[in-house]
Ligand binder design. Structure first.
Ligand SMILES: Cc1ncc(COP(=O)(O)O)c(C=O)c1O
Length: 342
């Protein structure tokens, strides 16, 4: 059973999982906007200007930190996304730590030790917007709604401290492109038509690091989303597809099980480096589009024992979201088998 049991959640709804998470909060357009606002608050209130980020993360994180004049230290991970022992030994009083909950799974780490040392904890739950337990231990938490629902934009930022409320207005071009793309997709237009609109909208984001408010259209849509149903559907699809995969096969799930708290973004798998791009193209040729989280930015540091590059060259995220059925999961599996991997 998923952790959340909601019927008709909305911003003003008492059942809203965000309403009592943190004393201060803001609704923004994107995860990177939420991180910017958190960093500004940390600098203004606590004079913080250095942040520890993982080697394996969306490249926009580095960009967001640099644009907010934070200096960056990296910490290393193993190939299962566990933080390596000692990787954060250098983090000290007044530093910030970006604690990433990947792919909808709560990332276990003894953050109390860091809190005791005076490190500020910023939980990045962009990929874990509906995951149980996130936001309870950090000083800040941010979560992306647009990655889990049909909303064109939307990210929640919760904080223990007051937040700057000077936000730019909504980027209506971005919202229009997203809405049009989603409509075409729902109408089963040719893939290239809506994919092109999505690419154009992401390019707009990549050129815009001003924190913006969440659009009114997304706020309205959020109230109509059945979040518990979304979690259940994603978990059901994840379990159905993962039963065909095994840890010693050519397509290995990154996570060995699905904890009760998890609300998966997708089903991340690991393939041989020489096969990953070929299999991805084969799937796309059969109507299955898989993201790569992430191709690392050139110039990322090589830390001892770190396996971010290893993972980045092999990982693929299979789609399991609520639009898909069990039959779709079986189609994905059959198509993977036809790709010539086993
Ligand atoms: C872990 C993580 N953090 C932050 C971001 C940035 O979120 P957004 O694209 O909404 O700015 C992403 C984007 O995929 C992400 O996966």
């Amino acid at each position: 059973m998923p952790w959340l049991s909601l019927k008709q959640p909305g911003e003003q709804n008492d059942d809203n999982p965000w309403s009592s998470l943190k004393p201060y909060s803001q609704w923004l357009n994107t995860g990177r906007s939420a991180l910017s606002v958190a960093l500004r608050s940390l600098r203004k209130i606590h004079g913080c200007n250095r942040i520890w980020i993982p080697t394996f993360v969306c490249p926009c994180i580095r960009e967001t930190c640099l644009r907010n004049s934070f200096s960056i230290e990296y910490y290393s991970l193993d190939r299962n996304l566990n933080i390596l022992p000692g990787a954060l030994d250098g983090a000290g009083t007044g530093d910030a730590f970006l604690w990433v909950h990947y792919f909808g799974f709560f990332s276990t780490y003894p953050v109390e030790r860091l809190l005791d040392r005076g490190v500020w904890i910023v939980e990045d739950a962009v990929q874990s917007a509906l995951t149980g337990g996130v936001g309870k231990n950090g000083n800040f938490v941010f979560q992306s709604l647009r990655k889990f629902t049909p909303l064109p934009d939307g990210a929640y930022l919760g904080s223990d401290f007051p937040l700057e409320d000077k936000l730019e207005s909504v980027d209506s071009e971005f919202i229009a492109l997203r809405l049009k793309g989603k409509k075409l997709k729902a109408e089963q237009a040719p893939d290239r038509e809506y994919l092109e609109l999505f690419e154009r909208s992401e390019a707009l984001l990549d050129a815009d690091y001003f924190p913006r408010s969440m659009s009114a259209v997304s706020k309205g849509m959020l109230k109509t989303q059945n979040l518990s149903q979304i979690i259940e559907k994603r978990r059901g699809n994840y379990l159905h597809l993962s039963q065909f995969l095994n840890s010693s096969g050519p397509i290995r799930p990154l996570f060995s099980s699905l904890p009760d708290s998890a609300a998966p973004l997708g089903l991340p798998v690991v393939l041989e480096q020489s096969q990953r791009n070929r299999v991805r193209s084969f799937l796309a040729g059969n109507g299955i589009y898989c993201a790569i989280h992430w191709l690392l930015a050139p110039g990322a540091p090589q830390l001892p024992g770190d396996e971010a590059s290893w993972l980045s060259e092999r990982i693929l995220t299979l789609p399991i979201d609520q639009r898909y059925s069990r039959d779709d999961m079986e189609y994905i599996w059959k198509t993977l088998k036809r790709s010539g991997l086993d």
